[in-house]
Write a protein that binds this ligand. Sequence first.
Ligand code: NBP
Length: 287
Amino acid sequence: MPEAQADIALIGLAVMGQNLILNMNDHGFTVVAYNRTVSKVDDFINNEAKGTKILGAHSLQEMAGLLKHPRRVMLMVKAGKAVDEFIESLLPVLEPGDIIIDGGNSLFEDTIRRTKYVESKGLLYIGTGVSGGEEGARRGPSIMPGGSPAAWPHVKPIFQAISAKVADGSPCCDWVGEGGAGHYVKMTHNGIEYGDMQLICEAYHLMKDGLGMTADEMHQVFADWNKGELDSYLIEITRDILAFKDTDGAPLVDKILDTAGQKGTGKWTVISSQDMGIPITLIAEAV
Ligand code: NBP
């Protein structure tokens, strides 16, 4: 059996998981990578993770054996059934005091239930929002952890090291609260983005269909807005999208189907607001 040497394990080698592992490695942590489809472990180790300290595990037992105690195991898998299934498979290979972390976009009520369940087995649980998409995961996400308070001191050094930093250098990551608090904040943050996107869509609609403006003219308006108090990621990417040309030189945006889907966090925000009797009409319109 190799010596327990790794700081944390990360399960789920899709884009978010891979980038978080590489980010942790850059900050000096030794990470064990594992994935349900085990062939993806070797693909990752032989390609993106080549030349790093990242270790690959081919079973959960092997993964557990490589971890320092208390073990820290982070899931970056599809929200829902996959998280419950992994918790069940992890419990037999972990010990009391070990920590399971769910970094996916789980419903906060699921996180409340899972925290109680994992604590009832003597282990600790964290449900955390991770924001910033692929690029954020690689270079510095905002991280919103909640769950078992006793787990936080063990996870804090890793999460605060890999997170984005504000201008004064403080990390975009701190303890949010017990139970599902971390995932609740992440859900609300996503809900606010739904509202933000609705505003951008309505502004676009007024400029395009009401004022008859071209994509280049709208690009200029968004470029100006992004220099003032509206300066933000969503205004910035809208500015860039409006300027993007297809190979024939025409604005690509005019050729893209005017339709969008949703993965649930906006809907959950609206349901929670209704449960509390607080209207959030903009987010409801966006959903
Ligand atoms: P996905 O949400 O596409 O999940 C892919 C991972 O889930 C793979 O490792 C896959 O394993 C595993 N998985 C699936 Br799918 N079904 C499973 C099951 N039944 N049992 C076990 N494993 C299963 O990846 P992602 O886009 O990297 O996102 C990961 C999490 O992070 C999600 O919860 C997502 O909502 C959240 N998130 C994503 C972003 C983003 O920008 N993409 C941002 C913030 C948060 P396999 O390889 O064996 O199929």
